[in-house]
Design a protein around this ligand. Structure first.
Ligand code: 13P
Length: 250
């Protein structure tokens, strides 16, 4: 049985004041989420502050990105070891905004995934196709390419302690959600690709859906066999909506 995971990706949002208020709001309602694991991923400068506020709440902390490098002359980068030191459990790698706005390649994402694992973080590897790719029938080929880059560098064992998030680019921040059937089809494809290499790892890995997930559509998505939780953007900035999504996972 896979424990559902609902993680909030706050992206480039927040202030000291709003981080405090949002976390207090989530913590106040956390008892309603049942067995679902709840994580939040604030901007990296707020990790320490958030970590202190989350003590003893059961809510876990994640970062939105990490460097592919250990240390050195890499201005602006934040290493996986630094993130780990501030109490993070998870780190998102390969989010479509990083891939598409900042031009991150499959190889760079694979290197970040490896860095996360080497530093005892659980990577949340994002994969997903654009609207053009979907309309041209390339969804599976794109997802396979994104997964295979990580399989090639970290091996299937790399997925033993990792999470995958399927986030169709056309559904992110657009209000358009994949239907439960569309999402389930891709999730099953992802699991099957891992199953070819390791049955146990494929069966155990949590595959989250992300893209305009809201309290109104979360229940139906989370009922699908291969959808093990959600990676939530916009709706994770409202405590009530975020907790309602988490509560529909159980
Ligand atoms: P939205 O929930 O705002 O569509 O964002 C999804 C996402 O990108 C989570 O990583």
């Amino acid at each position: 049985m896979r424990q559902p995971l609902v993680a909030g990706n706050w992206k480039l949002n927040g202030s000291l004041e709003s981080v405090s208020a949002l976390l207090a709001g989530i913590a106040a309602q956390i008892s309603t989420v049942g067995a679902t694991e709840v994580a939040v991923c604030p901007p990296s400068v707020y990790l320490q502050h958030a970590g202190q506020l989350l003590q003893d709440t059961g809510i876990v902390l994640g970062a939105q990105d990490c460097s592919d490098q250990d240390q050195g002359a890499y201005t602006g980068e934040v290493s996986a070891a630094m993130i780990r030191e501030f109490g993070c459990t998870y780190v998102i790698v390969g989010h479509s905004e990083r891939r598409h706005i900042y031009g991150e390649s499959d190889a760079l994402v694979a290197a970040k995934f490896a860095q996360a694992r080497e530093n005892a973080l659980v990577p949340i590897l994002c994969v997903g196709e654009t609207l053009d790719e979907r309309e041209n029938g390339q969804t599976e080929a794109v997802i396979a390419r994104q997964l295979d880059a990580v399989l090639a560098s970290s091996g299937v064992e790399g997925f033993g302690k990792a999470v995958i998030a399927y986030e169709p680019v056309w559904a992110i921040g657009t209000g358009k959600t994949a239907t439960p059937g569309q999402a389930q089809q891709v999730h099953a494809f992802v699991r099957d690709r891992l199953r070819r290499q390791d049955e146990g790892i494929a069966g155990g890995i949590r595959i989250l859906y992300g893209g305009s997930m809201k309290p109104e559509n979360a229940g139906a998505l989370l009922q699908e066999n291969d959808i093990d939780g959600g990676l939530i953007g916009g709706a994770s900035l409202k405590a009530e909506d975020f907790v309602a999504i988490a509560a529909s996972g159980t």
